[in-house]
Design a protein around this ligand. Sequence first.
Ligand code: CXF
Ligand code: ZN
Length: 381
Amino acid sequence: MVSTTAGKVIKCKAAVAWEAGKPLVIEEVEVAPPQANEVRLKILFTSLCHTDVYFWEAKGQTPLFPRIFGHEAGGIVESVGEGVTDLKPGDHVLPVFTGECKECDHCKSEESNMCDLLRINTDRGVMLNDGKSRFSINGEPIYHFVGTSTFSEYTVVHVGCVAKINPTAPLDKVCVLSCGISTGLGATLNVAKPRKGSSVAIFGLGAVGLAAAEGARLAGASRIIGVDLNSKRFAEAKKFGVTEFVNPKDYDKPVQEVLVEMTDGGVDRSVECTGSINAMISAFECVHDGWGVAVLVGVPNKDDAFRTHPINVLNEKTLKGTFFGNYKPRSDLPSVVEMYMKKELELEKFITHEVPFSEINKAFEYMLKGEGLRCIIRMTA
Ligand code: CXF
Ligand code: ZN
């Protein structure tokens, strides 16, 4: 398929964040053609992740505006820049906020997904190639976000941040695998690795935590204990295989003690998906001595410090952390899409809302109210 727009500037609609915390405005933007090792994508579906909201609110970091947010999405390659050999126009893809150059020590290591060249950088608003933005309005640059900027009908992405997937996979469903769901799922399957019949505690029952629970269910865990300060989340969590619930507010002792008592010495694995430092400490201390493994996924506040008695470590409890569930985006995401295609992994239950692109601000309202899990934004009518 040869695109008629290749090599030309494309004018299209994008949701521009002009100022921190102010509703996005749908504007006509110009999207420059992809340069070397870049591809231009037509985004068909995108969904909102907490990280978009966090940086839109400009909490705790230097604000970079105007900016086009968005990093969970599915689309089709429109054109490719020089040197791109493994993608062609028409390919179905998921853009990802963290990349895989396939050449650095991390990409070559089986253990890491922390690519030296393309790992997440939330401060950079320009492309690596020339330090410039591919988006503009009347010649003025509009900045990128985490190399993806999917709240636009077209976007330019580094080829290392694009996973080519099965073209028959429905993009309105698998787009959620671009970030949150893969993050939670991989944290359990790739890092915590619970054994069949084991116990797993999940801290935080939002989309990421429920995806971590889904991973525990797939791994055959027999007890999946959901921990959340909001008891309203418990009913929904049952659909994700959570078997027991603990609200720390219901007890007058630390939740790790509650969990240790419930499990006769501690859970086999725990996955922390809240970003609260107290939850992180509890998630570590609640695992069984001798073999327990705790995995941190949530993003902490800038000044947080993890405090625990070293005896916990001497007693053979392991603390680990991961981002994007240790998945290498280009090498591993296609097989996560296949898990969905084979009906091993259900994505529909994560999708609680859908809005047309013109109503993208509603997706932000749902997220801010803590309503639902994922809101799909349909880019074309
Ligand atoms: C997060 C992962 C940890 C750093 C900030 C971004 N991922 C995407 O939402
Ligand atoms: Zn995200």
